[in-house]
Ligand binder design. Structure first.
Ligand code: SF4
Ligand code: SF4
Length: 72
């Protein structure tokens, strides 16, 4: 299954839960802060994302949308 995510960097508070919970280690913390002064999570690499949604489920700020490839 192929997936991808979109992180809303302005909603993100940089808690790193998504970073820690991605089994593929595809999410990192950015080195530039957002308008609220937090260093947000960024999706670094679409290759390897399964669309498992563990990142989105673990986000307390509902800042991650998950998309999965539709095989049909
Ligand atoms: S959907 Fe799964 S594999 Fe893709 S970034 Fe989120 S936790 Fe990682
Ligand atoms: S879990 Fe949500 S709030 Fe925390 S770093 Fe990831 S996207 Fe940001």
């Amino acid at each position: 299954m192929k997936g991808k995510i979109v992180i809303d960097r302005e909603r993100c508070k940089g808690c790193q839960y998504c970073v820690l919970n991605c089994p593929q280690k595809l999410i990192e913390i950015d080195d530039a802060f957002n308008t609220n002064g937090f260093f947000p999570a960024v999706f670094r690499d679409e290759n390897g994302c399964t669309g498992c949604a563990l990142c989105a489920i673990s986000c307390p700020d509902i800042a991650i949308e998950v998309y999965r490839e539709d095989k049909d």
